[in-house]
Design a protein around this ligand. Sequence first.
Ligand SMILES: [Zn+2]
Length: 327
Amino acid sequence: MGKVVAAAVTVVSLAALGGGAAPPRAGGGACTLAPGALTVDDLPAGSSVLDCAAVGRLVTHAGAGVTVPGPGMKVSVDALTEDGSLHGFTLAVAADGTVSYGDLTHADTDADAASDHARTSVAPGRARAACADDAYATAGHKEYDTYEWFLGDGTLPGNLAPDDARRALEDAIGTITASRNDCGFGDTVTAKARFLSRTGNEADIDRDARCMARDGVSVWDAGDLSGGVVATTCSWSRAVSGGPDSLREADVRFNTRDHTFTDHPGEACSNTYDLRSVATHEAGHVFGLAHVGESHESQTMYTNSFACSTAARTLGRGDVLGLRSLY
Ligand SMILES: [Zn+2]
């Protein structure tokens, strides 16, 4: 139990996190980026996307990646993995073009071991544990208005018919907006969502679970992601003075190439993910929640999902408190 997410609020402070390397300086063409994918060390905190001509370039870190947005925008990638390893970070570009990062966490072997343990022993006791644990983390953005989302027109998780997939996802998103829980906590959360239609647009997430340039349409779909990744959320937001950033788009993709999903996990369930549990976790990211780590397996916003478990369909105490802190 080495790395602990404090039982109190953990807010990612973009300003407090920086790279160790000296930022490339402007002037005289000093900032010249190599072609191809960049790492966070190539475009460190404090550097300028304008001086470095970095908008639209791919930046990777610890198995995750994002496409650099323009000034005033922030992009977050959150990958839900089968082994509890962490794949996600945030890249923010200030109005003047300055880069900062949040949540530059690394996968670590302790988390893997903990999740293996949790898979067999924590899930059954979740109800009690979930209602006692008040840990949460927020990502620095929220949906100020109504999250309007589309369903992709390709194959859907669990091979569900479009109406069934829509209902399952709508229910999962509704669990976040209504802060549904089995702990008896009332709903004071004001978040709102609305399904619009199916779309030919796709989630702007590539096969390596990296956030591509956004198309302005929030799409939930299915496809191929890196093998260990069960689902990925990319969210884009715009800076708001004095408050959390304002969500502009959030896309979610389920990895149906490497994993199976079902809307009805039964006793014969094996190596299959409960669609609503995974979707509820992803919807948490959409609305501004970040991961809680080791020893918080009972929360929906734990870093990984438990195959065949429906526990994450409802929220834990920390999940509810996190939403209340934003809405
Ligand atoms: Zn996640």
